[in-house]
Ligand binder design. Structure first.
Ligand SMILES: *Cc1c(COP(=O)(O)O)cnc(C)c1O
Length: 400
């Protein structure tokens, strides 16, 4: 390698990469089967990989993409992700991330008050955000157990296992919310409420927030509704939580890995989850060590769209779910589990098996979930570019 190793410079290859992105090639050549001694160079590599990475991708902005909580991403985040990759800033070290740390503070300053929180940090997903919150609950308030409903995300069970805390799962009521009548004594517990359960999008009664020793609200999916003037009230009471987790790579349209953990009292929570170290100029807060500048993409999106622009996309997705559920409930061959609360529509066929209908539907329209030992189909409105007419027509066609 010479002093001017071109592999580390902005190169015309970047424009080529953009061309491939705009016009994904489809004819794939065989990939090398073993690690070669000699590389083939950047441009040839992009050419070889593009038919796989781009050509065989499932595009989350396609008219039929409606199956998962993964949204399409706005192009401004593609641009900032490129900048991030070029700079490789590390939030752990102020010296390598002078602006990225400010960007994260700004994003937290802007978003924490939306949830009644006063600080926090970003992490790679709500799995980690939930673990971080429960860690803070254990070590700042000495909670003796974790309580959540059977509809809570598996990340709560993981966190309980990692933290060595007993985990008590409470049955749900007929609406899919944690059954308040079965809570028992929660005065020393960490109560986890879900705002937007993964299977059905149900919101637990947030009136329970503030009654346990620590209340964590897992708002991984539905948290962004707080930005919508139309739907913010669905999450009324969230401001009484001790901590809130939100996945920005779901309904804030961010590339992975982007999530927020926010605290009511960061001055209490942060010391419980911070480590200093000889080589660290600033304490390392949270579970992750090195981490990237996801805040820059989120900041850029919030600046480009504003609160109204973000809310408009979420509102659009919410009304799509309503349109879908209303259309499906008119079909006598289908049972709709309930009207969607946070953009998740769950239904199943009555005349054939759920699996049969699933196989008849085009890829990407629905996913499956288990509820009360029965398999259901699930449509998630994370894609504001989905075409409900196409999707409804596909489902109608498949149940004929
Ligand atoms: C998606 C989800 C999670 C996990 O979030 P990741 O960002 O995938 O780690 C946790 N809780 C709920 C309710 C979710 O929907």
């Amino acid at each position: 390698m010479t002093e001017q190793d071109k592999s580390f410079q902005a190169d015309a290859g970047l424009e080529y990469a953009l061309d491939l992105l705009r016009h994904p090639p489809s004819d794939a050549l065989a990939l090398p089967t073993a690690l070669a001694e000699q590389g083939i160079g950047e441009q040839a590599t992009l050419q070889l990989l593009a038919p796989y990475v781009l050509g065989q991708a499932s595009y989350l902005d396609s008219a039929a993409a409606c199956a998962h909580m993964d949204p399409p991403t706005p192009w401004i985040t593609w641009a900032t992700s490129l900048w991030n990759a070029r700079l490789n800033q590390n939030l752990l070290h102020p010296a390598t991330a002078p602006f990225a740390r400010q960007a994260e503070e700004k994003v937290i300053d802007w978003l924490a008050p939306v949830f009644g929180m006063h600080g926090g940090h970003m992490c790679s997903g709500s799995t980690l955000a939930n673990l971080t919150a429960l860690w803070a609950a254990r070590d700042s308030k000495q909670v003796d157990k974790i309580i959540a409903s059977t509809a809570a995300h598996i990340s709560i069970a993981k966190a309980a296992r990692i933290l060595g805390l007993p985990y008590k799962q409470i049955a749900t009521n007929p609406d899919g919310q944690i059954d308040c009548a079965q809570l028992g004594n929660i005065s020393n517990a960490c109560l986890v409420l879900t705002a937007g359960t993964t299977a059905t999008g149900v919101i637990d009664s947030l009136a329970l927030a503030g009654q346990a020793k620590w209340t964590h609200i897992d708002a991984a999916w539905a948290g962004p509704l707080r930005l919508s003037a139309k739907h913010a009230d669905l999450l009324a009471g969230i401001e009484r939580a001790d901590s809130v987790a939100v996945s920005a790579h779901k309904w804030l349209f961010q590339p992975k890995d982007s999530a927020l953990i926010m605290f009511q009292q960061p001055e209490l929570a942060n010391p419980a989850i911070s480590f200093g170290g000889g080589y660290l100029a600033a304490p390392n807060i949270g579970v992750q060590g090195s981490r990237g500048a996801a805040a820059i993409s989120l900041l850029a999106t919030l600046m480009a769209w504003g609160k109204k622009g973000m809310a408009a996309r979420i509102d659009q997705a919410m009304s799509m779910a309503t349109i879908l559920a209303e259309a499906l409930s008119k079909e006598d061959k289908l049972s709709v589990w309930a009207m969607p609360i946070t953009g998740v529509t769950v239904f199943r066929p009555l005349h054939i098996s759920t699996q049969q209908l699933y196989q008849r539907l085009p890829e990407g329209i629905v996913s499956t979930c288990m509820l009360d030992n029965q398999q259901w189909l699930r449509s998630v409105a994370a894609n504001p570019l989905a075409d409900m007419e196409t999707i409804i027509a596909a489902i109608r066609g498949a149940i004929k």
